[in-house]
Design a protein. Sequence first.
Length: 271
Amino acid sequence: MINSAFITPHSPILIPAIGRANTGLLEKTAAAYKKIEAKLTAEPVETVVVISPHNPGLADSFAINSSPKFILNFESFGDFATKAKLDGDIALAHELRENLKNSAPIQLTSHKVLDYGSAIPLYLLYPAIKDAKVISIAHSGADLKSHFEFGKLLQNELISKNKKIAILASGDLSHRLKRNSPGGYSPKGAKFDNKLIEILHDAPAAADAILQMDKKLIEDAMECGLKPIMMLLGILDKLPFAPQVLAYQTDLGIGYLTMDMNLTNNPNIRD
């Protein structure tokens, strides 16, 4: 069953050994992660499904990382000390592949070292999930609607499992919010972020509203979270949830949104 779901940013600055003095600039985001950690501690889960835009994927299919063991490290950012290990939910990964292979393009991969889009949220939540197993899912080259539809297929599988499951949609919003942003400044960056956050608050209509967003606005925003978010919305389609912004920061020129989807009542009962 699906117990909880979140949108989580993946700024390397959140890792103290990487961010150092700058880590304090994301204090609100770090506090939001602590709220998620507290929730997952109070309501332990057995499997965490993390959807990452930086998971090594495939252009023509969705990819599930089915490694039996995962390593979280940040050596690519110059941090050789911070690391952790988690078990992979290899049984569930193979079940998803077998049950969905005739309904969607889906492949299994095996990468022991997790991409930073997966590793950062998992590391920050590690105290609450260290005994849980993990599946990391990569987006494909398909359009947003395909990611929503794939999420719906995942929902049908996940709600039937006799285990408690948390979903993390890892992704950042616009990379063009300030002049020192990675993509340079564009006024459309803030417009995109504000519009998306507004859309997400209207849970039943969110997916359709995102599909109707101006494609040029999305392109100009230079985001990396929309496909994971659409997959998440597919997983939660017609389930009762009430999204709540835990933090939204733009201090580093990138939109970092942390959101608790707040599954209400019995999350596996459709309206």
